[in-house]
Each structure stands twice: as structure tokens, then as C-alpha cells.
Design a protein around this ligand. Structure first.
Ligand SMILES: [Zn+2]
Length: 628
């Protein structure tokens, strides 16, 4: 999804727009844009010190990935979990497309609120022109003013003649709004659509995809919305149906491109059942994931996210997999001329009849939700070796969109959780505590900071003070502070270099109180860092090492040994001790500051690479991962 949003900004800069572009041309252009930026992202990660297995780099639209996504969809369909149903979408009349929720903006408007006489009741609406699509009048179940009408049918004088509508009671109605009685127009309001579904009411389309009234509008058919509103209100006024009107400030959804009001439409879309038991497993996708977390097969860091997860899953509704956009994996669905759907594993079905392929694409989270196994393929040993993984590290903002989907689809297809620990990090805020995001355009460029202050400075500035799940604030002061720490470490190493010989052994030879004190502090820092990493408190590991190096090593020990280095009886042992403490310090710091520590290590011509040195304490799973 991200390439598409960023690509949109690129088009805008070039004075172009994706609307009106041929969908294949658009797809091709976004694809190549994504490919170019894949390289940029990779270079950024390398520059920041990420050491990944780049030979296994994967892209969502790689054919082998797509094949697995199709296979999963077919499996879910054959298992009775995929179905087709009509649901509302955000429709832009000007652009003739549906928009994702991210492409729709809220806009404050002041409109006229019309009070209309609906039989014995008065309803309030800002959209009288949609009244031809009304299927009921709804009131709140506890509203005693209307309880005697609930379950009865009333006769409404529409401009096209009298219409009978049922009065229903539904919790959705706000008794404080207008008169507390509202018209229900399921084809043109997503909330009304839900009400209609709950009450088994029909859907009547009063406005078509071009924003014109349909044939149920009688003599108003073919009129555009604004024109129809004026004509309908004039007629209602003549007929005495218009009781009063007042101005009304409210929020409407508008197209992010043209600011046109979003016209909800009901379209046929493909859904994945979340709470219906799978025929194959006897358990729903939702319960697969919830049970795995309850049984402790997956741990969330921190615990509050586990509670959030349960709350979300409890209220989980079926998942709309269809998106009416050009970018993505096209649904593997073909229709016969009779409208019968044929679902395949991606291959076009053979048929003597003419088949039409669905033009919708999958919601991007449907393929992202299969990431832990699509990336590993199905034909080589990687899946057996690397699934399930140890941990997933991601922002808490996509816990629901991504993590819960990976759990459900991983458990469903592989029979095992995709990961054992979910480490949720915060979202980086700027100094005004504003969230940074690509689409907002207030993102700091990590490469720019790395150029100016070094990659180690930005890595540690991001981690310092950042407990799991909290939002780290990044500021110039913090980055400079960490740059100063890098310089401090470099100066310590230079001091050690100047006071040791090429043949000085890296050995621990304690002689003085200062020696014993620094060793106690080093051991404590090592223990603490190990425990912190084991428990995913990476910030505590860094902070403890920072304290040790700045205060115990630089301020205290280095000052104390200046005297020891002058005395013939302590000189050689002290030199060895300095090397010992420095070497262990940079081993401990390497996961956090890989560049400066490796440079120091190489300057001393010690064996091999620092990054391959074992951790000073016996390794545990998490420690080994962090060290890698
Ligand atoms: Zn638009």
C-alpha cells in the first residue's frame, strides 16, 4: 500500500493524477516505482547498520508470493469461509471509483437540516432527495415518546405519492438528534445499511453511480443531487410535509482529491468469515488466534497490548477482502455470463463460455497477513527451518491490521503460530510530539542524520528512553547527546591505545581497589544488559551500558589508572586491564552502536570481526538474536 500512497504524491508533484489513468499503465508505473524505492529502502537499512540476509529479499508482488496468496484464498473458499455479499463503499462521483478509508477525509460543513412529516412522526434529515430510498423510520428502543409506534406501519407522503414504511427500534438511533426519529436509507448511508441488515430490510438505490436520481425517484429521475434536493424540498413544502428547517453544522466525508462529498454505494464484495467455524478445523479464524494467545503460545510486549488484542477480537466483524483500486493482487475470480463465480488458484478456468475476471484486488493486509510463510516459500527447506519465527517487531499501530491477521492466517495454513513474541515499539514523534508519517510529510530523513551525526547516534537516540510500546521523541538535543557518547567512546579507546603496546595482552590482572571497582561495575553492567535484552527491554540495556562507560569507566577508572600507569609495578597489569574492560565494553555495545565499536575493534587489530564475537555471558535465545 505504501508505494501507492507515495506514488500519488510523486504524480501530484508532476502535475498528474492517477484518476483517469488506464489501470494497467498505472499498475506498471507503481510497480516500477516500488522497485526503485526498494533499493533506496535497502540502502537506508544498510546505512543504519541492519544486518539482514538480503539474498532472501521479498516483494509482495513477486509471482511466487502471489501464488501462495491465491492458494490460501482458494483453501479458505473451499473451507466455506469466503463468501460474496453487498456492503457499502466510499464512492467518489467525480472520479468514478471507490476509495479506501485512508483516501477519505472529514470535512466540517454547515448544511440545512430539514424536518419532514412522516405520517404521525417528524424526522430530521440533511438529505431529503434520498427519501425515495427510505425503507423504514427508526427510533431508539428506550425512547418512550415513540414506543407505541414501534412495529407499526406509517404512511409517508413522498413527492411521488404515498409510501408505507415500518417503524423500527434500534440502538443506533441517537434520541438527542433532531426529533429522535430518523429515516433509514440503507443504500446511501453505511450506518443505515447496518440497521437494515439487522432488521432484514431491503436496500433501495435512489442515487446512481453518477450522482443522479434513479427511476424510483419518478419525475425526479435523472436529476443531479443538488438539483433534486431543491426540487424535492419545494414539493415537500407545497405538500405541507416540510415542517421546518434549520442550519446544521456536521462532519461529512469527502474525496481527498476533489473534496467532493462521498456518496456511499452498495457493491458486491468478497468477505472472509471471522467467527464462523472452519469446516476443516472446526474453529473460526478468530478463535484460532485468540486461543493461541490464551494458551501462551504468543506473548505480547507489553501486556496492555494483549488486552487490546482481546478487545478487538471480541468485536471482530467479517473482513472485506475486495478493494476497487488498481494497485494490488487481482482477485482470482471469474464470472460466467449468468454471474456465477468461479474461484481458482490464480489460473484462468477453462470454459467454453465467455468468462469475465473480477477487477477488484485484495485488501493489502490479506497478502501482508501471510508474510511469515509467503516469504519462506513452500518448496524449499526455509519454511521448515524458519517457521515459526522467534519474534515479530512492529509498530503498535498495526497490531490489529497486521499482527492479528498474521496470527489467524498463519495458524490456519501452517497449524502453528507464526511467531512466539510480539514486540510492539512506539511511533517516533518529533519534538512537538507529532507522529511522523510518510503521508503527512514530516518525516525526518535518517540518512541525513546519519551523515551529520553518524548512524550510531540516530540508532541510540531512537532507543534511549524508549520502553516497549511507548512513543520515543527524537530531537536534535538527543541526537547530539548520543553523538557525544560516540565521541566519548572513541576518546576512551584512543586513551587505551596510547597507553598500551601492540603486544599487551587482553587480560584481567587486578591489583588495585580501582581495578576491583571497575570489574564489579562491568560485571553488573554485563548482567543487567543481558537480562534486559532477554526480556526485550533493549532501552534498559543501552542505558545501563551508557552509565557504565561514561561514569564507571571514563570518569572514575580512566582517571584512577593515570596514576597506576606511571608506577612500574602496576603499569603492565593496568594496560592489560584497560584492554580487557574496553574490549568487553564494545562487545556489549556492538548491537546498539555497530559502527564505532567495530572501528575501534579493527584499530586494535584484534581477531576477526567484533560482530562475530560471542556475548560475554552464556547466550540465551533473545540475547543471541539481539546480538545478531
Ligand atoms: Zn473525487
Amino acid at each position: 500500500g505504501l508505494p501507492a500512497v507515495v506514488f500519488e504524491k510523486k504524480l501530484e508533484k508532476e502535475g498528474r493524477t492517477r484518476f483517469g489513468m488506464d489501470s494497467q499503465a498505472l499498475y506498471d508505473e507503481i510497480f516500477s516505482f516500488g522497485q526503485q524505492n526498494k533499493e533506496v529502502v535497502r540502502q537506508q537499512l544498510e546505512r543504519l547498520g541492519a544486518s539482514c540476509d538480503w539474498s532472501r529479499n521479498k516483494f509482495t508482488l513477486d509471482p511466487d508470493m502471489v501464488a501462495i496468496v491465491y492458494k490460501t484464498f482458494k483453501q479458505l473458499y473451499d473451507d466455506g469461509l469466503v463468501y460474496r455479499a453487498e456492503r457499502p463503499v466510499n464512492w467518489c462521483i467525480k472520479h468514478q471509483t471507490s476509495l479506501s478509508d485512508l483516501e477519505v477525509k472529514d470535512d466540517e460543513r454547515t448544511d440545512t437540516l430539514y424536518y419532514l412529516q412522516y405520517g404521525p412522526l417528524t424526522v430530521a434529515t440533511v438529505r431529503p432527495e434520498t427519501m425515495f430510498g427510505d425503507v423504514a423510520v427508526a427510533v431508539h428502543p428506550d425512547d418512550s415518546r415513540y414506543s407505541s409506534y414501534v412495529g407499526k406501519t406509517i404512511t409517508v407522503m413522498m413527492p411521488t405519492g404515498p409510501v408505507a414504511l415500518p417503524v423500527i427500534a434500534d440502538e443506533y438511533v441517537n434520541p438527542e438528534f433532531g426529533t429522535g426519529a430518523v429515516k433509514i436509507t440503507p443504500a446511501h448511508d453505511p450506518n443505515d445499511f447496518e440497521v437494515a441488515r439487522r432488521h432484514n430490510l431491503p436496500v433501495r438505490e435512489a442515487i446512481d453511480q453518477y450522482g443522479r436520481l434513479t427511476s424510483i425517484g419518478g419525475s425526479y429521475a435523472g436529476m443531479k443531487i443538488a438539483e433534486a434536493r431543491i426540487a424535492v424540498v419545494a414539493r415537500l413544502s407545497q405538500d405541507g410535509v416540510l415542517v421546518k428547517q434549520e442550519s446544521y453544522a456536521h462532519t461529512v466525508k469527502v474525496c481527498y482529491k476533489c473534496q467532493g462529498i462521498i456518496e456511499p454505494r452498495i457493491l458486491n464484495q468478497w468477505w472472509l468469515a471471522m467467527t464462523k467455524p472452519s469446516q476443516r478445523l472446526g474453529v473460526s479464524l478468530r478463535d484460532l488466534a485468540v486461543n493461541a494467545v490464551k494458551e501462551g503460545k504468543v506473548t505480547f510486549l507489553t501486556e496492555r497490548f494483549e488486552n487490546q488484542f482481546y478487545r478487538w477480537m471480541e468485536n471482530l466483524r467479517d473482513w472485506n477482502l475486495s478493494r476497487q483500486i488498481a494497485w494490488g493482487i487481482t482477485l482470482p475470480i471469474w464470472y460466467t455470463e449468468d454471474g456465477e463465480a468461479i474461484i481458482t488458484d490464480g489460473r484462468e478456468p477453462e470454459s467454453e463460455h465467455k468468462l469475465t475476471r473480477d477487477t477488484d484486488v485484495f485488501d493489502t493486509w490479506f497478502s501482508s497477513g501471510q508474510w511469515p510463510f509467503t516469504t519462506l516459500g513452500t518448496t524449499n527447506e526455509d519454511l521448515a527451518t524458519f517457521y515459526p519465527t522467534t519474534s515479530i517487531i512492529t509498530g503498535y499501530d498495526i497490531l490489529f491490521f497486521w499482527v492479528s491477521r498474521m496470527l489467524m492466517l498463519g495458524l490456519y495454513t501452517q497449524g502453528q503460530v507464526p511467531f512466539k513474541t510480539v514486540y510492539l515499539h512506539g511511533l517516533v514523534r518529533d519534538k512537538d510530539r507529532q507522529k511522523m508519517s510518510k503521508s503527512k510529510g514530516n518525516v525526518i530523513n535518517p540518512l541525513g542524520i546519519a551523515e551529520e551525526y553518524g548512524a550510531d547516534a540516530i540508532r541510540t537516540a531512537l532507543l534511549f528512553g524508549a520502553a516497549p510500546g511507548t512513543d520515543p521523541v527524537i530531537s536534535d538535543e538527543k541526537i547530539r547527546g548520543m553523538r557525544n557518547f560516540t565521541t566519548k567512546l572513541w576518546n576512551i579507546a584512543r586513551f587505551v591505545r596510547m597507553n598500551t603496546e601492540m603486544n599487551t595482552k587482553v587480560e584481567w590482572l587486578p591489583m588495585t581497589d580501582a581495578d576491583h571497582a571497575v570489574k564489579r561495575a562491568l560485571d553488573a553492567a554485563t548482567q543487567q544488559a543481558t537480562h534486559a535484552i532477554d526480556t526485550y527491554n533493549l532501552h534498559l540495556a543501552l542505558e545501563g551500558l551508557y552509565q557504565f562507560i561514561w561514569h564507571d569507566l571514563a570518569d572514575t577508572y580512566i582517571e584512577a589508572v593515570k596514576e597506576q600507569l606511571q608506577q612500574p609495578e602496576t603499569k603492565l597489569a593496568t594496560a592489560s586491564n584497560l584492554l580487557f574492560v574496553l574490549q568487553q565494553s564494545i562487545v556489549l555495545l556492538h548491537p546498539f552502536m555497530p559502527f564505532v565499536t567495530e572501528a575501534i575493534y579493527q584499530n586494535f587489530s584484534w581477531d576477526g570481526c567484533l560482530m562475530n564475537r560471542p556475548w560475554p555471558l552464556e547466550e540465551t535465545g533473545a540475547t543471541r538474536n539481539a546480538a545478531q
